[in-house]
Design a protein around this ligand. Structure first.
Ligand SMILES: NC(=O)c1ccc[n+]([C@@H]2O[C@H](COP(=O)([O-])OP(=O)(O)OC[C@H]3O[C@@H](n4cnc5c(N)ncnc54)[C@H](O)[C@@H]3O)[C@@H](O)[C@H]2O)c1
Length: 340
């Protein structure tokens, strides 16, 4: 049995907590959350015996194989390092940390501990993005010529407004749009530069970037862009999408559509069979219906069972994603392309 402690029972911790109950050999022993009402919710929804008001106390007092860090981003580094030093494997939500230096400290702690350390860059476990990467790698429709990605929705505020505060890790460009940046690096590698434009209309954020358009500049005949926004009005559904233009076809994904992914090759659009994209994962659930957050957990636990390090997301790739998003923020503020 893999014994788990979970820190942070906010939006993301709640999702992870409920999915943790679905693995056959995983036992969720404790949850830590700063808010009494969230601790009570965790106890009643998950049936955990033990709750803590602070993640640090949970790590000190508990006896876990794995710690899940789903606290706000400014707490990722201290909790992840404390848990690694205690000898636990760590799953930590994205963004890895507030800046590259903090990420490096976390990576070094993971290396020193010998334990597995994985960041929740979930698009790497999301069927439609896994399929896009495969289409690019295997040139299923010829060479990729152009890629545009979108991740847009309403504003997140979070515990004590941390999402809106640059010092604590908020701002949509750093927190939401980072998913598309990470997917682009995963599929295409680091670009030679980024050129990003962004705006904010929310005076709570003192200039925090609410909406951005980024171009990722690569050598060769390929154009790549992504739009991220936390500026949609209430009632507009959260939307993740991409369009990938290949020599011999176009792949279009839109999370609001059914089917969400279609391929256009000249005739009528065709549905894509996604059933095998993550089939190798052992999970106890039907992986195609389990969803990307379950898939990433299943992969993380699979690596622990097999005694191998995760390779789909590593500390180095997660840190590189932070470096590139930071360059995008710098580009928004300077109005210039930033070389990488
Ligand atoms: N992968 C994804 O798609 C995705 C989506 C949303 C959020 N996230 C990430 O998940 C993390 C949490 O985001 P969220 O939306 O759940 O935020 P949230 O504000 O809803 O929840 C954070 C929780 O942490 C608790 N907390 C604060 N200080 C604590 C402490 N010292 N000890 C224990 N608990 C403490 C708060 O009470 C709160 O319940 C962030 O890093 C965020 O970027 C990832």
């Amino acid at each position: 049995m893999i014994r788990v402690g979970l820190i942070g029972y906010g939006n993301m911790g709640r999702s992870h907590g409920q999915l943790l109950l679905k693995h056959e050999d995983v036992k969720l022993l404790a949850v830590a959350d700063a808010r009494e009402e969230r601790r009570a919710m965790a106890a009643s929804e998950l049936g955990v015996q033990k709750t803590y008001a602070d993640g640090a106390d949970m790590i000190t007092e508990g006896d876990f194989d794995v710690v899940f860090v789903c606290a706000p981003t400014y707490l990722h580094k201290p909790f992840a390092i404390q848990a690694l030093e205690k000898g636990c494997h760590v799953f930590c939500e994205k963004p890895m940390s507030l800046n590259v230096d903090c990420c490096r400290e976390m990576a070094e702690a993971a290396e020193k501990s010998g334990k597995n350390f994985m960041i929740g860059q979930v698009l790497r476990f999301w069927d439609e993005y896994v399929y896009l990467k495969k289409a690019i790698d295997e040139k299923m429709f010829g060479e990729l010529r152009a890629l545009s990605m979108t991740r847009i929705g309403g504003v997140s505020v979070g515990y004590e407004g941390w999402f809106l505060d640059e010092e604590r890790g908020g701002m949509q460009i750093f927190d939401r749009h980072i998913h598309d940046t990470d997917a682009i690096l995963w599929m295409l590698g680091t670009p030679k530069a980024v050129l990003s434009h962004g705006v904010s209309y929310d005076n709570r954020t003192q200039g925090g970037i609410f909406h951005n358009f980024t171009q990722y500049l690569y050598d060769g005949n390929i154009i790549v862009s992504a739009e991220g926004s936390a500026d949609t009005p209430q009632g507009f559904p959260f939307t993740a999408s991409y369009r990938a233009f290949f020599e011999n076809g176009l792949l279009e994904f839109n999370s609001r559509n059914k089917p969400a992914l279609l391929v256009y090759k000249g005739g009528a659009p065709e549905e894509v069979d996604l059933s095998s994209s993550l089939a190798e994962l052992k999970s106890g659930l039907n992986i195609t219906t389990a969803g990307p957050y379950f898939n990433e957990q299943a992969y993380f636990f699979d690596c622990i069972r097999k005694g191998v390090k995760p390779t789909t997301v590593t500390a180095a790739t997660a840190m590189e994603t932070i470096r590139v998003v930071k360059a995008e923020i710098e580009s928004v503020r300077s109005g210039k392309a930033v070389a990488l």
